[in-house]
Design a protein around this ligand. Structure first.
Ligand code: UD1
Length: 374
């Protein structure tokens, strides 16, 4: 019998929240070299040590096979640069599938290029179907376009399947597999437990943990001021630790918000690596965030999460997890935080299929495809 050639998959990662999603996928796919040839492209959307390199080290992600080194720019510039560079990669070396994760500009750019190759390269989207229904959010545009172009759509929750069906995507393309980000959380939690970040930074419990980087919060002066007013009040009840995203640092400087480095109990620190951040997240009395992934992680850890947004593309975290939407209204944030601080402690939640085995389910789908195509 003729030996079948492995299915050739090209995985794309670009920005911080992509790295914890490709890590388990690459591990699963590379564990079966007879079946798959999995390669990794790093677009370079995030590029510095704190936003990129440390994640490769800590999550044991092999060095990218291809680095596009695109860096920052406006949405159009960044997307265009990724497209130009990625097209050359696909022309030089046609994979059977391009696998994109999440909703960042790299996700969109590489899906468009693959779909417009002649003949097209098939696209698989991991974390498909999430919808905030807020088109002013760049990530929402990225999600909608990527899903429309994808041949295979891997979802984390039933709401995502419903969203995709409403957009006319055939049922056979949709596979509910669970959450690869939670694969990574479960795999690295024990290692995160032994991080010495609290001693190193002199952080004592109880504390709250904050992240903030959405353009709708940090590029809008009024919203940023409302949030900081709330944070200063909450910080009177509990110290807040704030690893600051580069986008946010830039805006805080430009607008002169929190420029004093925060009061003593609102503590600004550099972005953290994965293990240190997970260590703090698990021990936080409360998480305040506008991130997508942190709503999911906090839910699984059972840590109360206040999301500083009006909407979420991850509604299951509000129904099955610990997440509450509070927007950017000063009073709403303070009231919700105080309610949590008065309540009794946490309870870890479980969400169906968020069990650490999502990447294995994705590999199983590709294994079926590999067998059928041989
Ligand atoms: C991007 C993603 C967002 C994700 C976030 C996580 C899009 C549209 N947005 O937003 O979905 O939640 O990453 O971090 O893709 N910068 C650095 N060092 C870096 C990377 C960025 O200093 O390693 C600076 C850039 O120069 C830029 C700013 O941070 O000024 C924002 O970076 P950018 O890639 O535009 O988007 P994010 O806000 O990080």
């Amino acid at each position: 019998m003729k030996k079948r050639a492995p299915l050739r998959l090209l995985l794309v990662a670009g920005a911080r929240p992509n790295f914890m999603k490709v890590a388990p996928l690459l591990r699963e796919l590379r564990a079966r070299p007879g079946l798959f040839e999995a390669r990794l492209v790093h677009t370079g959307q995030h590029y510095d040590e704190a936003m990129s390199d440390i994640f490769f080290e800590e999550l044991e992600i092999p060095k990218p096979d291809i680095h596009l080194g695109v860096g920052s720019g406006s949405h159009a510039v960044q997307t265009a640069r990724i497209m130009e560079a990625f097209e050359k990669v696909l022309v030089a070396d046609r994979p059977d599938w391009v696998v994109v994760v999440g909703d960042v500009n790299s996700t969109l750019a590489c899906s468009v290029v693959a779909a417009k190759m002649s003949p097209p390269v098939r696209v698989a989207h991991v974390e498909a179907g999430l919808r905030s229904r807020d088109r002013s959010m760049p990530e929402e545009v990225n999600r909608v376009v990527t899903d429309a172009l994808s041949d295979l759509l891997f979802t984390t929750s039933p709401d995502a399947d419903v969203n995709l069906r409403h957009e006319g995507i055939e049922r056979r393309r949709i596979h509910r597999v669970g959450n690869v980000m939670i694969d990574t959380l479960r795999r690295f939690l024990a290692r995160a437990d032994s991080s010495d970040v609290m001693r190193r930074l002199g952080i004592a419990a109880p504390f709250a943990l904050l992240t903030l980087h959405r353009p709708s919060n940090v590029d809008d002066e009024a919203a940023l001021r409302r949030i900081f007013t709330a944070l200063e009040t909450v910080a009177q009840d509990i110290p807040i630790v704030f690893p600051v995203h580069p986008r946010t640092v830039k805006m805080m400087r430009e607008l002169g918000v929190g420029a004093d480095g925060g009061s003593g109990s609102l503590r600004l620190i550099e972005p953290l690596g994965y293990l240190d951040f997970l260590h703090l997240q698990k021990r936080a009395r409360l998480v305040l965030t506008d991130s997508g992934g942190i709503q999911e992680e906090a839910s699984i850890l059972g840590v109360p999460c206040l999301t500083l947004r009006e909407n979420t593309e991850r509604p299951i975290t509000t129904t099955r997890g610990t997440n509450v939407l509070v927007g950017s209204d000063t009073r709403a944030i303070v009231t919700a935080a105080r309610r949590i601080l008065r309540a009794r402690a946490r309870r870890p939640r479980s969400i169906p299929l968020w069990d650490g085995r999502a990447a294995g389910r994705i590999a199983a789908v590709f294994a079926r495809i590999a067998r059928e195509s041989s």
